[in-house]
Design a protein around this ligand. Structure first.
Ligand code: ZN
Length: 501
């Protein structure tokens, strides 16, 4: 936080002279059962190396690719969600280059006919709403993974694991519309939320399912032409995206101020040191010799197929936030907190569906529920499945609204249910948490408290109303918090008034 703050603070002077021009490229692993062009399973996380492989994803001669329909649908769904356009027909292209993690010597990708183009994504920032243009989203295959290890005798060797080779990968490229490090972070956050909401990816940055790269350049204020562009990689969290770009803006400004010429480098982000470093210099933009993939036919996008995918899209995060505010009366903050967590959305919807007033439902979900979700490892338990949990919680909220259980006890009951799955009614009964709203039951306790506190009674009679509060507190204590506080006050006043008059 302090590092971002410092960089952003210094940035004010820099931003008077230079305008940052930032574009973001995201590689996103798609959620499919099998790989992009073969039937190998994509469940290779934690599996022994080279156990999810076949002739196709090993790039053996003569093996032929077959298109994964689900992966194509995921990119089309993303395109629809970002209001992009689709070509009537698309094509696969070979991107040729050599690297040990690419067994065929080329990657099957899309060059001039991406599955989606000219989209946009809008989101909130600390300075107001912002919209980023999205140039394209296309489909390609992932590479294998290189693992560099040091052997017992001190040699460094590189091992290759082909489990990831050929996994479906979506690349999403923005226009160079972004002007601040914060906008870049917010774009990546909102994109993750969108990809999760439409179910195309788990988009976990730490697990490499969402890989963010930034192209950063500066130009003097008012200039039209772009400055020298630097590519920043290895940002493994949203916070590093913001910090790395803020650092890069400062670094480039200092270099330009000193009259240096910037070079078109690829730089990595060192999160511990808080700096970017040169990974490699780009002599020229590489020539990948793209040409149409001869082993795959062009792909025609049937309008009926697109309509079907559109019909399957759920409510998108931005629309949901707007609806929660406009139709259900939630604050912008509550709507954002709910929409950021899919399980919170489901539980909230279940409660509202069960007739709980939205604001009350939102308070429980954004408060107690999210607190317990972070605290307990029971989060995958069957009883926490949102519709099931919603039924139990709705019952508890109704009891509290009807004054049959106190707020403190209700929280305790919910926590016990969250942890053990025991039914709400059973927990209330076992802990004796039925709120005492019966006057006859209270009167005995009130009399005991009055007898035990003669000086407070005298104070009330002498016209000191705060003494009533003390007596109410004593009754609540004697009933272990189960008494209806308003009713206790009433009974006390009647008793004391009666005796005085
Ligand atoms: Zn395979």
């Amino acid at each position: 936080m302090s590092a971002v703050g410092a960089a952003a603070g210094a940035g004010v002077a820099v931003l008077e002279r230079y305008e940052p021009v930032i574009g973001i490229e995201v590689h996103c692993q798609l959620k499919t059962a099998s790989k992009m062009f073969c039937s190998c399973s994509t469940e290779y996380d934690g599996a022994p190396p080279n156990t999810h492989v076949c002739p196709v994803c090993l790039g053996l001669p003569g093996a032929l690719p077959v298109i994964n329909r689900r992966a194509v649908e995921h990119v089309l769904a993303t395109g629809l969600a970002i209001e992009a356009t689709n070509p009537a027909t698309t094509r696969w292209d070979r991107k040729n280059y050599f690297y040990p993690d690419l067994p065929k010597g080329y990657q099957i990708s899309q060059y001039d006919l991406p599955l989606a183009a000219h989209g946009r994504l809008a989101f909130e920032t600390s300075t107001g709403p912002f919209t980023v243009g999205i140039r394209r989203a296309h489909l390609e295959e992932d590479t294998a993974k290189l693992v560099h290890v040091t052997t017992a005798d001190g040699r460094t060797v590189s091992l290759v694991d082909f489990n990831r080779s050929g996994a479906p990968l979506m690349e999403i490229v923005t226009e160079p519309d972004i002007r601040t490090a914060e906008q870049a972070r917010r774009y990546a956050e909102e994109l993750q939320l969108l990809l999760r909401a439409i179910g195309v990816s788990d988009a976990d940055m730490e697990r490499g399912q969402l890989r963010v790269e930034a192209n950063v350049s500066l130009r003097p204020r008012g200039a039209e032409t772009f400055g020298t562009r630097v590519e920043v990689k290895n940002m493994n969290s949203f916070r590093s995206v913001e910090r790395a770009i803020a650092f890069e803006i400062e670094r480039q400004a200092a270099a330009l101020d000193a009259g240096e010429t910037l070079t078109q480098d690829t730089r990595g982000w060192d999160d511990t040191r808080g700096v970017t470093y040169v990974m490699r210099s780009k002599e020229d933009s590489q020539d990948y010799r793209y040409f149409p993939e001869p082993d795959l036919p062009p792909l025609r996008l049937d309008p009926a197929w697109l309509a079907e995918i559109r019909a399957r899209l759920p409510e998108l995060p931005a629309a949901r936030r707007a609806r929660y505010q406009a139709a259900l009366g939630l604050s912008a903050y509550d709507a954002t907190v709910l929409v950021n967590e899919p399980r919170a959305i489901e539980l909230f919807e279940a409660l509202v569906g069960a007739g709980i007033e939205p604001k009350r439902a939102s308070n429980w979900v954004t408060g107690e529920y999210l607190r317990l979700l972070r605290r307990f490892s029971t989060a995958d338990a069957a009883w926490l499945e949102p519709s099931r949990l919603g039924r139990e919680l709705a019952e508890l909220i109704r009891l509290q609204a009807a004054d049959q259980i106190t707020a403190t006890n209700a929280k305790e009951v919910f926590e016990a249910h969250f942890e053990t799955g025991q039914a709400i009614a059973a927990i209330i009964a076992a802990r004796g948490f039925t709120k005492i709203s019966d006057e006859a039951m209270l009167e005995g306790t009130v009399d005991q408290v009055l007898a035990a506190n003669p000086s407070a009674v005298a104070d009330v009679r002498a016209g000191k109303p705060q003494a009533i509060g003390f007596l109410v507190g004593q009754v609540m204590k004697a009933t272990r918090g189960q008494a209806n506080a308003a009713l206790v006050g009433e009974v006390l006043r009647r008793r004391l008034g009666g005796q005085g008059g």
